[in-house]
Design a protein around this ligand. Structure first.
Ligand SMILES: O=C(O)CCc1cccc(O)c1O
Ligand SMILES: [Fe+2]
Length: 317
């Protein structure tokens, strides 16, 4: 039995930016990615649990759970990420659902989950593709308000971690997304009727609609990097404080994060850090842990307070 964790920001602009960051910035991101790749290779997990948000590709306002386990999952392939089925371990996925339910978590499940770059970028970065390892994908809502209190995400992560810690496996839990950022994802409250329809039921858009949406993000990022976009500033102080809370080994700290204040301080997509809360809470369920790797920098070209962390149960080698 053993648990390890990798948390990483994602950004579709990593591969698509028209105005890329300075080469030394990109080199530091690549260095951080190489370091977590090496960490994952050395740990050599036998099971991967990926906590990932979704950006109105798999989950919509026709039915929006706070979190959901995929018993089968398919990547939609946005922003040039790999498309196709994930190698989901259905038996473990179902056991995660059952265990969480018995721990008083109203876990939801999908037998046909669709995932986007949020789930796929970490799998590509760490393992080179979608199907290298048996995986349990766990959607955590990070964009569609309203949001359940953070203590519920903490409790969900803890329940999942309790189960994972009981297994005779080397489990890697992954968190994807965050930190402070405010990319041009439509908000229900300010969306037009047509856009709202897409937020309710926008599955499988036409290639033209998909392309238009991606253009909007790519152009928005370039404008933001030039200081010309109506996008909230990144907030490195907030990001560093959050990462310090992650390193502290005390998941109760997460309960202090209140959703509306987060939007105010760190932008509409800062709620993606719910994946980090779930993953660190899961890791903490296996006992004290130590952070072995930490990288952070604010990268406007990626519209992201960009952070990477790795951690594992203390005293294990
Ligand atoms: O395609 C979208 O809807 C949003 C894309 C996007 C942009 C910047 C940072 C992110 O974390 C992210 O997901
Ligand atoms: Fe995202």
């Amino acid at each position: 039995m053993s648990l390890a964790l990798i948390a990483m920001s994602h950004s579709p602009l990593l591969h698509t930016a028209e105005l890329p960051p300075a080469p030394e910035v990109r080199a530091r991101v690549d260095g951080a990615f190489e370091a977590i790749h090496a960490f994952a290779a050395e740990y050599d997990p036998t099971l991967v649990v990926v906590f990932a948000p979704d950006h109105y590709n798999g989950f919509f306002y026709d039915l929006m759970p706070p979190f959901c386990v995929g018993l089968a999952a398919e990547a939609i392939g946005d922003y040039g990420t790999e498309a196709g089925p994930l190698s989901v371990d259905e038996a473990y996925a179902l056991a995660v659902v059952r265990h969480a339910q018995q721990a008083d978590i109203d876990m939801t499940l999908s037998r046909r989950m669709e995932v986007d770059h949020g789930a796929v970028q970490p799998l590509e970065t760490l393992f080179g593709g979608l199907d290298a390892k048996p995986v349990v994908p766990v959607f955590v809502n990070g964009v569609a308000a309203p949001f359940v209190p953070m203590r519920r995400i903490r409790a969900m992560g803890q329940a999942v971690g309790d189960y994972l810690a009981s297994l005779d496996e080397r489990v890697l839990v992954i968190a994807s997304g965050g930190l402070s950022h405010d990319p041009p994802v439509p908000q229900w409250d300010t969306a037009s009727a047509g856009v709202r329809e897409g937020l309710i039921d926008g599955r499988h858009p036409s290639p033209e609609a998909r392309e238009a949406r991606q253009r909007r993000v790519i152009e928005g990022a370039a404008a933001f990097a030039r200081g010309e976009a109506p996008i909230r500033d990144l907030n490195p102080d907030w990001d560093r404080a959050f990462m310090a809370d992650c390193a502290a080994g005390d998941p109760a700290r997460f309960d202090a994060y209140e959703a509306e204040q987060m939007t105010e301080d760190a932008g509409h997509s800062s709620h993606e850090v719910r994946t980090w809360v779930a993953a660190f809470s899961a890791l903490a369920a296996a006992g004290a842990y130590e952070t072995t790797l930490e990288y952070y920098e604010a990268i406007p070209e990626y519209i992201a307070g960009f952070g990477v962390m790795a951690a594992r149960t203390a005293g294990e080698r």
